[in-house]
Design a binder for this molecule. Structure first.
Ligand code: IPM
Ligand code: MN
Length: 370
């Protein structure tokens, strides 16, 4: 039986990262004592301040060190004092790539009591998951430029995918879709005929096959080939521009969406806003065979740093995703439920400074109501 003592690498990072991570850890400790497991936290100082003080972005052996942990918990990376790109590429993207965290899992879920900008939509309408491929696409950085500084300057940055990258991401998405619902309790968006046909869930491939014929064409082919192994998953396809449209107009049409890295980056910010914003949006960078990293998807929010007003719910939900991933399903569900209790009954707003509670009081509320 797997050990229920988990070693967690913590990177609080920049800005409000340390404040929200502290609340995540508070809730994790409370969950551990309630559900009978233990967690050991080891902090790493990487981020903007560390870089400015030492000149080091990440130590040479960072990934080897991190591979010895069961999971990673990250606050936020990014500082207004450092040129854009250095920390993002040097820390966040480097960790995702080197640790081969090829899935970026981002739930889009409207919690009870949370205001959505989508008129008339309720928690029953906004409850899906985006599986964003996390290692390929324009993010590989393949490209270059020539004749810089002249009117003939030219720049290319290529959308790059291998079939293997598409296949492993699709496999994760199909498995997730297949296990998200059961025959007894199928996804609410299926029609009577769909149910009779044996479907329990839906997986939507989001691409742009009308323009990116090579890359998205390869994904689409791989998608339909793999679909044969998942008879309970109803397959759908949606161009990325139309996906944005439906995410706003009919979010209830989605169950699981799988997409490429850049499209996934963009649509998950849109999804986060429809579910109440960055204060409540969490994600996991997963390597199903390695070490995974969980983070609130918002940034370092420099202007709120140190004020104790930032909403820690996103970090707490990232912690819940981590528990789920580690196999502590009951604890994960309890944390999520406790957050839902707070959004429904306690918090006045999800926005920084308007919650009616301080950052650490929100952590206390979630921990206390487990
Ligand atoms: C995200 C962020 C990152 C990304 C940036 C900071 C490199 O926007 O996690 O979505 O583009 O993946
Ligand atoms: Mn992003």
């Amino acid at each position: 039986m797997a050990s229920r003592n988990y070693k967690i690498a913590v990177v609080p990072g920049d800005g409000t990262g340390p404040e929200v991570v502290a609340e995540g850890i508070k809730v994790l400790k409370a969950a551990a004592s309630k559900f009978g497991f233990s967690m050991e936290f080891t902090q790493f100082p990487w981020g903007g301040e560390h870089y400015l003080a030492t000149g080091e972005i990440l130590p040479e052996d960072a990934c080897d060190t991190l591979r010895r942990f069961d999971a990673m918990f990250l606050g936020a990376i990014g500082s207004p004092k450092v040129k854009p790109g250095i920390l993002e590429k040097g820390i966040l993207l480097k960790l995702r790539f080197e640790l081969d965290q090829y899935i970026n899992l981002r739930p889009v879920k409207l919690f009870p009591g949370v205001e959505t900008p989508l008129a008339g939509k309720t928690p029953a309408d906004i409850d899906y998951v985006v599986v964003r491929e996390n290692t390929g696409d324009v993010y590989t950085g393949m490209g270059g430029s020539a004749a810089a500084g002249t009117p003939d300057e030219v720049a290319v940055q290529e959308m790059v995918y291998t079939r293997k990258q598409a296949d492993r991401c699709l496999k994760y998405a199909f498995e997730l879709a297949a296990s998200r619902h059961t025959a007894e309790s199928p996804w609410r968006g299926l029609s009577e005929e769909d149910r009779k046909a044996g479907y329990t869930s839906q997986l939507t491939l989001c691409g742009k096959t009308n323009v990116l014929t090579y890359v998205c064409g390869m994904w689409e082919k791989a998608f339909h080939e793999m679909a044969k192994q998942y008879p309970t998953v109803k397959c759908a396809y949606c161009h990325v521009d139309a996906t944005c449209m439906w995410m706003v107009k009919n979010p209830e049409w989605f169950d699981v969406i799988v997409t490429t890295n850049m499209f996934g980056d963009i649509i998950t910010d849109l999804g986060a806003m429809t579910a109440g914003g960055m204060g409540i949006s969490a994600g996991g960078n997963l390597n199903p065979d390695g070490v995974s990293m969980f983070e609130p998807i918002g940034g370092s929010a420099p202007k709120y740093t140190g004020l104790g007003v930032i909403n820690p719910c996103a970090a707490i939900l990232a912690a819940a995703m981590m528990l789920d991933y580690l196999g502590e399903k009951e604890a994960a569900a309890a944390v999520e439920k406790s957050v839902a209790f707070c959004t429904a009954e306690k918090l006045k707003s999800l926005s920084a400074g308007k919650m009616g509670y301080s950052t650490s009081q929100v952590g206390d509320l979630v921990a206390g109501n487990l």
